[in-house]
Design a protein around this ligand. Structure first.
Ligand SMILES: [Zn+2]
Length: 340
């Protein structure tokens, strides 16, 4: 019975959102006609009555939508760098801000390696950040604040900074450990947080062999932390990327993960909403990008990626597929499912 209700509620909630939009359009039309027909007093009374009727109809509908909307539960983002939430930004926004879920973020490195593209930020922060010595000294505090500011945009509740070294760009997943990451400390912090907060989902970056080695290492550490927990406590591990290409697993993986080859969901950042459908999630992503002022290269990603693609690690939890499906069903019409 509960299963049926939990299936129906998101559908009902989505339908109510559509009805609310429809009523808003009627209100808008009535208002426009009201202005055009302003010269005729009879018509003016008629449209004014329709306008108020439609307005009153909105109140219980919005109330119903709020009461019946199932909340999507809790997620923990586990990433290497203070701007890696870019890959899941609009999914997080929808989940945390629009649907009332809880999303926290654990960031492994202090981000000091990002000094080379800080030319614009040097003027903004009035510090010569592109100088390696200055950049490595000043960036950890700056990037921590930038991550908190970006989190405010996306509705992230709490940040956990593990302050590990951010050495250089690499595509070797073992470099985290090689350059001084305390893997045991990272794993145990992730495990402790999952036990304490009972997250249902862990968001990470899809660990492609061609991607940043620290991104791969962060996801491998999240996978190993999850699998060390009793099955009942394990959240599903989701891998995000803005590239829909098939995942090619490599035998040299740091920690075994069982990623599906094709992405399972796609979240459309270009979905329109708001007054006259003038807004989209791209604006939210742009705000998030703009908060990371020290990251010049990230600024060039403005409106570049129209979708977030999501893969499921089937080995993370016995309920992996089911939990992932239920989350993305709740996220509603902005998500397409890939049944390949
Ligand atoms: Zn990164």
């Amino acid at each position: 019975m509960f299963k049926e209700i939990s299936y129906i509620m998101p559908q009902l909630s989505n339908s109510l959102t559509r009805i609310e939009r429809g009523v808003s359009r009627v209100v808008e039309r009535a208002r426009n006609r009201h202005v055009e027909e302003d010269q005729n007093p009879k018509l003016r009374r008629h449209y004014r009555a329709r306008f108020w009727l439609a307005r009153f109809a909105l109140v219980p509908l919005i109330g119903l939508g709020t009461v019946f909307a199932e909340q999507p539960g809790k997620a923990l983002i586990v990433v290497a760098h203070p701007d890696d939430e870019y890959y899941c930004a609009s999914t997080v926004y929808k989940m945390a801000v629009q649907l009332g879920g809880t999303v926290d973020e654990l960031i492994i490195t202090n981000g000091e390696g990002g000094y080379r593209y800080s030319t614009l930020a040097a003027a903004y922060y009035k510090k010569p950040l592109t100088n390696e010595v200055v950049g490595r000294r000043e960036l950890p505090a700056i990037r921590r604040q930038e991550a908190i500011n970006a989190g405010k945009v996306l509705g992230i509740r709490s940040h956990y900074f593990l302050d590990q070294v951010d050495q250089h760009f690499t595509t070797d997943e073992r470099d985290g450990a090689k350059y001084g990451w305390k893997s045991d400390l990272i794993s145990s912090r992730i495990r402790a947080l999952i036990r304490q907060e009972k997250y249902r989902y862990v968001f990470a970056l899809l660990p492609r062999a061609t991607s940043h080695g620290y991104h791969q290492a962060a996801t491998a550490l999240a996978a190993s932390a999850i699998q060390a927990l009793p099955p009942i406590l394990r959240p599903v591990l989701l891998g995000f990327d803005t590239n829909p290409a098939r995942f090619e697993p490599l035998p040299t993986e740091l920690f075994p993960q069982t990623w599906q080859l094709d992405y399972r969901f796609a979240f459309d950042r270009t979905t329109k909403f708001g007054f006259r459908d003038a807004l989209s999630y791209q604006i939210v992503v742009d705000w998030m990008i703009a908060e990371h002022k020290s990251q010049g290269l990230l600024q060039t990603m403005d409106r570049r990626d129209p979708k977030e693609y999501i893969w499921v690690d089937l080995s993370s939890s016995p309920q992996a597929q089911k939990s992932a499906d239920s989350l993305f069903r709740l996220l509603g019409q902005d998500v397409t499912h890939n049944d390949k």
